[in-house]
Structure formats: C-alpha cells, structure tokens
Design a protein around this ligand. Structure first.
Ligand code: ZN
Ligand code: ZN
Length: 275
C-alpha cells in the first residue's frame, strides 16, 4: 500500500535527519530533508483527531467518525456570544447577565474534548499544520455568515509570547481566508502589556487583567470601519471586549467577532485557557 511505502521512506528520512543533526548539525541538509519529508508525508491523509487514515480528501483533515464527534455548534447558538444553547433559547444565561462590548460573536465548535485538544496542540505543541484545517473550519463559518466588514483583525498576542511560541495561532488560521485575505490586518491592534496567565482567573479578574493592555496602532484606518475580530477561543469574552472597546474608541462603526471555539456552555465551565 502506498502509505506503507511512504512510512518506510519517511523512516529513512528521519534516520538520515538524525544522523545529519548528530554528525554535522548541518542546517541546510536538515531543511532539505525536512522538505522531502513534508512532500513524502503530506499531512492530509491521517485524521487530525484520531490519527487514523482518511480514505478521501477532507477539508478539515478529519475522518468521517471524528467529524460526527466534533462539537460543531451549528444553528443552536446564542445570538450574542455564539455559544451553543439549549433547545429554544436565543440568548444564553451568561449573556442575559453580562453586557458585551462586541456586538456579536460566532463560533465553530464548543470548547470541549477534541476541540480543546486540537487548540492546545496548535498553541502549545507547535502543531502548526493544524492551523490550515482549523482555519478552513473558521473560513467556512465566515462564508456562511457572510459579514459585511472592512477588516479582519486577529486578537493580538504580546511579542514576548509570539517570540516564545514563534507565531500567533490565530494569524496562522487566517491564512485559510483565501478570498478575503486582503482584509486581514495584523498591524492594527497591538498587545502592549504581557498580561499574566489568564487561566485560573475568575471572570472579573480576567477583565481587570486585560484592561489597558491592547492599543490601536493606526486609528485613522479604523474610523467608520466595520471590524471582524478573530480569536481561537472565546472564554470569558474579556479579551474580545477589550479589543472591541479600543476599536470603538478609535471610531470603528461595528465590531463583531468570530472564534474557532466557544467555552460558554450554558452554566459555564470555567476552563483553563490562556491567550
Ligand atoms: Zn478521526
Ligand atoms: Zn451568550
């Protein structure tokens, strides 16, 4: 079977890479071998959730079985925060209690099980290849809601964190927005304060924590514009609200939001996720 052949070839490539790194530490040869390895072992024939072989092309890199298990939110979503809601409710209990600054958020997945694992891999395990598939999920949702916007702005991370991680995971996902890539603006918002880890903070602590840490770099570009903010997860909404606040202050006319996952699951699970 061709996949077995690829695996054998890849094994040799990995051995060669190992020898190369041990003997020479040669960067060039490593890079070449890495390219060959990527070419021989494209990342779209195993499921990103279970690792099993996928028999046909999947835009989300997911096998049929995992596709059914992924917690897609679909139409039963809160009309404000985008969380999955039970039965006929239109606004979730959380949004009934809390006023948001952003006008509305849309999310693809509930932040449970596989979604948590995938986002953690993308953010903390350097699994950049996932950005393409998760970005495709985001983009399809975008096409579905078809918002009338001028800019698509990823929620910024502080340069310290970017240097540590090597990338902003949301920016990577936005590479999937092929026909709207010209609207993606990564230089409008800036994180000026490297805020402490948000995980384990309560809702009000998160709000305090994020306050004053984001600024609009170029206010002139924002005046009168409609903005779509994008992030990986909507947790308490504090970060999204802070971005919306500075954008409105700079003269934006509309600020809506979109996230891959949504951690508001009626009666709220206070999960642990950081920027
Ligand atoms: Zn699978
Ligand atoms: Zn809500």
């Amino acid at each position: 079977m061709w996949i077995i052949n690829l695996l054998v070839i890849r094994f040799f490539v990995i051995v060669l890479m190992g020898i190369n790194i041990i003997k020479n530490g040669g960067k060039v040869l490593s890079k070449v071998l890495d390219r060959i390895s990527n070419w021989l072992f494209p990342d779209d024939f195993v499921c990103i959730c279970c690792g099993n072989e996928i028999s046909k092309y999947s835009r989300y890199g997911v096998c049929d079985k995992c596709m059914k298990e992924l917690p897609f939110i679909g139409n039963s979503a809160c009309e404000i925060c985008g969380a999955r809601v039970i039965a006929d409710s239109i606004i979730c209990t959380d949004c009934k209690r809390t006023a948001r600054v952003f006008e509305r958020n849309y999310s693809v997945l509930s932040y449970t099980d596989q979604a948590v694992r995938l986002i953690h891999m993308l953010k903390y395990s350097n699994a950049r290849y996932l950005a393409k598939y998760l970005g495709n999920m985001l983009y399809d949702k975008f096409l579905l809601i078809n918002p009338n916007i001028d800019y698509i702005i990823p929620v910024p991370i502080h340069s310290n964190r970017r240097n540590q991680r090597g990338y902003n995971q949301t920016e990577l996902m936005l590479n999937s927005f092929v026909n709207h890539i010209d609207k993606v603006a990564t230089d409008i918002l800036e994180r000026t304060i490297d805020t402490p880890n948000q995980a384990r903070l309560t809702k009000s602590e998160r709000k305090e924590n994020i306050k004053g840490s984001i600024r609009v770099v170029d206010k002139l570009r924002i005046k009168g514009k409609s903005i779509l903010l994008v992030d990986d997860v909507l947790t308490s909404g504090a970060t999204m609200d802070e971005c919306a606040k500075v954008l409105f202050k700079a003269g934006a006319s509309h600020v809506i939001a979109m996230t891959l996952a949504n951690a508001h699951i009626e009666s709220a699970l206070e999960e642990e996720i950081d920027d």
